[in-house]
Design a protein around this ligand. Structure first.
Ligand code: NAD
Length: 352
């Protein structure tokens, strides 16, 4: 196994791993551990180039620092990626090698599942390192984080429709959901139960069909999701989808979803604000999963009730960010970064 340190300004450490035996090609990015050891999921994705993977892991890792700072999980920000196709390239040897790679950081970084990886994959990672969370409940762990992420997104979306539509009632609210994976499926249930109308898409059409079969609504083609007449656009797939090409197409009043790094750049948050679209900052609204995992790391161990209590607070967290943005006349994503930076600064002062 060959591990190389990559130069990355503003990051504590970024490592690249090549393991010819298992075929593992992976990266771990530790952005900031001021507020605690870094924790963030392991993504498996068929990146088209190493550079694309490096950009993604670093953006995700920084997002985790902000997410944990705002949610006060007592954790820092990190993330890892495996370059490969989750449908065809998975093997026990690959995830064992990933476990050994994670273990080299001796707890500075702890991993969990993310896009393309599952609880079962984490069980294999656990064979080589104890620095992995989100394992099955029967192992004393916190299990799949997705239901907690979805609950937080639902509550944060509620705070947004109150502000933007003047109602907390989802009846008649049309939600256009991009992606029908783990987070989206649980979210679709909350939304359908609350009376929302779903418009969904996924690049895997069967996944979109499954959601509609279960919770009602309509399926549209992946490229058409931006053009839908709706109240809420709900990104639940990959990042950077709010950009120059897509913003002019949006017909919603609110953008609120589970995906990480929804904005291509910070300035795209300003553009949403300029267009009168209320954006729920991703790292505030989608913190339910990391909150759940952080409870697992508390002294008394995992407690679902406590996790739910903390996830319920996402409603207030989103409201407060929206209020701060109003007071400061800035975009909500800038307000969220402001709050995160303040908490990091306080943490740095405590350490010095
Ligand atoms: P997932 O892999 O289960 O779901 C993602 C879905 O998006 C897949 O079904 C995929 O086919 C689909 N997709 C990908 N590109 C698409 C496109 N261009 N158009 C339409 N569909 C597309 O992953 P997940 O766990 O549901 O995570 C979804 C997002 O939420 C990710 O950005 C992830 O980082 C973020 N997130 C997840 C959690 C969690 O607890 N799982 C926590 C925080 C953030």
């Amino acid at each position: 196994m060959k591990i190389t340190e990559m130069p990355a300004d503003g990051y504590e450490v970024v490592l690249q791993c090549e393991d010819s035996e298992s075929g593992l090609r992976a990266l771990i990015s530790v952005h900031d551990t001021t507020l605690g050891p870094a924790l963030g999921g392991l993504r498996m994705w068929p990146y088209l180039s190493d550079q694309e993977a490096i950009t993604d892991v670093n953006r995700l890792s920084q997002g985790m620092t902000y997410k944990s700072a705002v949610a006060e999980t007592g954790l820092g920000g990190g993330k890892s990626v495996i370059i490969g196709n989750p449908k065809t390239d998975k093997s026990p040897a690959l995830f064992r090698a990933m476990g050994r790679f994670v273990d080299t950081l001796k707890g500075k970084y702890t991993t969990a599942e993310d896009v393309g990886t599952t609880v079962e994959d984490m069980v294999i990672v656990r064979e080589e390192t104890k620095h992995v969370t989100g394992l099955p409940r029967k192992m004393g762990s916190s299990g799949d984080p997705s239901p907690f992420t979805s609950l937080g997104v639902f509550l944060g979306m509620k705070a947004c429709i109150e502000k933007a539509l003047g109602t907390s009632d989802f009846k008649g609210v049309r939600v256009a959901m991009q992606g029908c994976g783990n987070v989206a499926r649980y979210l679709a249930r909350h939304l359908a139960e609350a009376g929302a109308t779903l418009i969904v898409t996924d690049i895997v059409s069967e996944k979109a069909k499954m959601v509609v079969d279960q919770f009602g609504g309509t399926v549209v083609a992946p490229e058409e999701i931006y053009d839908q007449d709706c109240e809420v656009f709900c990104p639940c797939a990959l990042g950077a989808i709010i950009n120059d090409d897509t913003i002019p197409r949006l017909k919603c009043k609110v953008v609120a979803g589970g995906a990480n790094n929804q904005l291509l750049t910070v300035a795209h948050g300003d553009r949403l604000r300029g267009d009168g679209i209320l954006y729920a900052p991703d790292f505030v609204i989608n913190a339910g999963g990391i909150i759940n995992v952080s409870v697992e790391l508390e002294e008394k161990g995992y407690n679902e009730e406590r996790a739910l209590q903390k996830v319920n607070n996402i409603y207030n967290a989103v409201r407060q960010i929206v209020e701060t943005a109003d007071e400061e006349s800035i975009a909500t994503n800038r307000a969220a970064i402001l709050v995160a930076d303040r908490k990091l600064e306080e943490g740095r002062k405590r350490l010095s």
